[in-house]
Design a protein around this ligand. Structure first.
Ligand SMILES: [Ca+2]
Ligand SMILES: [Ca+2]
Length: 142
């Protein structure tokens, strides 16, 4: 399972900020892949996986992808609105929780659809913070 608790510190744009407590904010599901992200509160359905609570408050929602079911090699992507990053330093900050035996890759895609951050496999039963430098680009989605 992979969970994202995304907040954003992109210098030019506040639009990516989301704690998933109410909805997916401006993030949308990729409809060309095999799965969709869900919103989940508290624990996950499969024993020994997932977070037991969200990172924002401990009783809110987080974005959630169940990986104990489904077939190997399937993927699900959340897509941001189009953003433009100028030459100043920009950074995407988010919390992730990857716990369980069926966790594969969690990727962040930047300009030109290049992978700019990746974790693979079990990262233990803990929320971890990631900060990813985002290079300049115009009108791209993450
Ligand atoms: Ca939350
Ligand atoms: Ca999808």
């Amino acid at each position: 399972m992979a969970d994202g608790e995304l907040s954003r510190q992109l210098a030019s744009s506040q639009i990516l900020d989301c704690n998933f407590d109410k909805d997916f904010c401006s993030w949308t599901q990729d409809t060309t892949d095999q799965k969709d992200w869900a919103r989940q509160a508290n624990g996950t359905a499969t024993q020994g996986t997932g977070p037991s609570q969200d990172h924002t408050s401990g009783h809110g929602y987080y974005a959630y992808l169940e990986t104990s079911t489904g077939f190997r090699g399937s993927s699900a992507q959340l897509i941001s609105p189009k953003i433009t990053v100028g030459t100043g330093k920009a950074c995407l900050t988010f919390w992730y929780h990857m716990y369980g035996p069926h966790v594969a890759d969690l990727n962040v895609y930047g300009p030109t659809n290049k992978i700019i951050w990746n974790r693979n496999g079990n990262q233990n039963n803990i929320w971890k913070q990631a900060s990813v430098d985002v290079s300049a680009g115009s009108s791209f989605s993450m």
